[in-house]
Design a protein around this ligand. Structure first.
Ligand code: NAD
Length: 289
């Protein structure tokens, strides 16, 4: 299959390389010359414009920073330039309203398109073990699977257009809330005189169990190994969690949902990132308590 890949950053670079490894011909484009050079090293063909990269392809994959960029890339440089019948897959994490709008515009131009955001970080992108949450028709999902497979550990059909972005924003809002709760419980246990490891041993087997506590314990030296044991380096950056929480708040507004805990979690991450901690793992909220 001939696939155009646009957005070869931390995530997209490894994803494009995995498509090449699977035997696809990959046309790569990014605004960053460095990212393009890396893609060439991984066997991608490189182009100096998006219209040139999407010419004659079967599918276009995008992995871009935000909704405004995704909209601009498709409306200005992909629609009318990619062949009719090409499948578009936007794997970026973007706001729900824009995700739905771009798919509608693509359909009006005669293209099939899915939203296919991912769970898993840079290591999963490089290792081809991302989980894709796909929104679109049954037929579009079946077509998308053949493109996504070399980059995926799992591909889940979440529902109609936008359902992938809904799944992603709800999951990450829940993750932020239980991470903050986990940090608070560990700090309270310690301050109230209970050994935090003993608290972990009890609560990880009791009703307090959750991924943040059991598998990603945000307190150094306690419970599961996590970025907390490495000075909160690596892992999932607080700035990215803040981005996802802002998308969830926008999604709540679009859909009329009430999310007081999500809103509060966003404010906590906002203050943490504004204090210069955007690069630290999101479990580092523990250090503020
Ligand atoms: P990144 O900033 O490393 O990469 C984005 C790339 O897009 C950059 O190389 C940039 O030059 C390129 N770009 C920007 N505008 C462009 C344009 N107009 N045309 C072509 N290229 C353009 O970001 P990332 O970490 O790879 O994240 C990409 C997406 O994946 C985001 O939506 C992010 O939320 C999502 N995501 C990231 C992670 C993670 O752990 N990094 C995990 C899950 C999802």
């Amino acid at each position: 299959m001939k696939i155009a890949f646009i957005g070869l950053g931390n995530m997209g670079g490894g994803m494009a390389a995995n498509l090449v490894k699977a035997g696809h011909a990959v046309n790569a484009f990014d605004l960053s010359a460095e990212a393009v050079a890396k893609a060439a090293e991984h066997g991608c063909a490189t182009f100096d414009s998006i219209p040139a990269a999407v010419d004659g392809v079967d599918a276009v994959v995008t992995m871009l920073p935000n909704g405004a960029i995704v909209r601009a890339v498709y409306t200005q440089d992909v629609f009318g330039k990619a062949p009719k019948g090409a499948l578009f897959l936007d794997c970026s994490t973007i706001d729900l309203a824009t995700a739905r709008e771009v798919v509608e515009l693509a359909q009006a131009e005669g293209y099939e398109m899915v939203d296919a955001p991912v769970s898993g970080g840079i290591a999963a992108a490089n290792g081809g073990t991302l989980t894709f949450m796909v929104g679109g028709s049954d037929a579009a999902f079946e077509r998308a699977k053949t493109v996504l497979e070399p980059m995926a550990k799992a591909m889940i059909h979440a529902g109609e257009t936008g359902a992938g972005q809904v799944a992603k924003m709800c999951n990450n809002m829940l993750l932020a809330i239980h991470m903050i709760g986990t940090c608070e419980a560990l700090a309270l246990a310690q301050k109230a005189g209970l050994d935090p490891q003993t608290f972990y041993d009890i609560s990880s087997k009791a009703t307090g169990y959750c991924w943040s506590l059991n598998d990603y314990t945000p307190m150094p030296g306690v419970g599961a190994t996590s970025p907390a044991d490495n000075g909160y380096a690596g892992g999932f950056a607080s700035a990215l969690m803040l981005k996802d929480l802002r998308l969830a708040m926008a999604g709540a507004e679009t859909s009329g949902a009430t999310v007081p805990m999500g809103e509060h979690a966003m404010k906590i991450y906002e203050a943490f990132v504004e204090a210069g901690n955007g690069g630290k793992d999101f479990g580092a909220i523990f250090t503020t308590l």
